[in-house]
Design a protein around this ligand. Structure first.
Ligand code: C5P
Length: 222
């Protein structure tokens, strides 16, 4: 049986992609499966935490015994996460948030026209960075997918967003990250210290992530 070492703690997890609609039937998104975030939420629940899982559209059923909030856009994700995070002890952002949304959401389906068209995109708010601005006693964890200079980029991200650590993964490894059941990540702290974790199941990555979050919390409150 799992240790009940998260008893009395509130954990908020974001998962999956966001959808940024261009018109009522078209959107920009990404292939995030939600599996990593669901694994974190399930491990936290099994260790006794009160869990809120905020997820974009994924092909996974609501896990039992936690609050599940289904959202589509980054702006909806932001409202749900910032609301739930008010009283949270640990926030884990695994969601693959779209960096941009359409500057204008068309109310009607856009008809095809001859020739090229362009879409004006505007940046989405960075939810993890917003949480980092008013961090309080919370432990903040992010994920980052990089194709190059991963450790430096992830450390810079952790520092800029005021996250305690980021789990870095790579889109190119077979069976890991997007869609896979396994993950191979590097733990990267804002100060640049890092640890390569072995390739293992997303559930085991989740367990180690929550162990590290508890260590950070213990170091802060002792
Ligand atoms: O996209 P990026 O590599 O910056 O993502 C790093 C972390 O920041 C992830 O944990 C992601 O969930 C979070 N993020 C966010 N809001 C965004 C973009 C990313 O919270 N708009």
């Amino acid at each position: 049986a799992a240790p009940r070492d998260l008893e009395g703690l509130k954990v908020v997890v974001s998962a999956g992609p966001t959808r940024e609609y261009l018109d009522p039937v078209r959107f920009i998104s990404n292939p995030s499966s939600g599996k990593m975030g669901f694994a974190v939420a399930e491990d936290a629940r099994d260790r006794g935490a009160q869990v809120t899982l905020v997820t974009g559209p994924v092909g996974l059923a609501d896990p039992p015994d936690m609050a599940v909030v289904r959202i589509e856009s980054a702006l909806e994700l932001r409202d749900a996460v910032l609301g739930a995070a008010q009283t949270a002890d640990i926030v884990v952002m695994t969601a693959a948030v779209a960096d941009y949304r359409a500057a204008e959401l068309k109310g009607e389906k856009q008809a095809k026209v001859a020739g090229d068209v362009s879409i004006h995109l505007t940046p989405n708010p960075d939810i993890l960075a917003e949480l980092g601005c008013e961090k309080g006693g919370r432990v903040l964890v992010g994920f980052a997918m990089e194709t190059h200079a991963g450790v430096e980029r992830a450390a810079a991200k952790a520092a800029r967003k005021n996250a305690d650590f980021i789990l870095l993964n790579y889109p190119t490894q077979a069976g890991t990250a997007f869609g896979g059941d396994d993950n191979q990540v590097t733990l990267v702290r804002a100060d640049g210290t890092h640890e390569d974790w072995p390739r293992t199941s997303k559930r085991e990555v989740a367990r180690r992530l929550l162990d590290e979050a508890l260590r950070v919390r213990g170091a802060r409150t002792s």
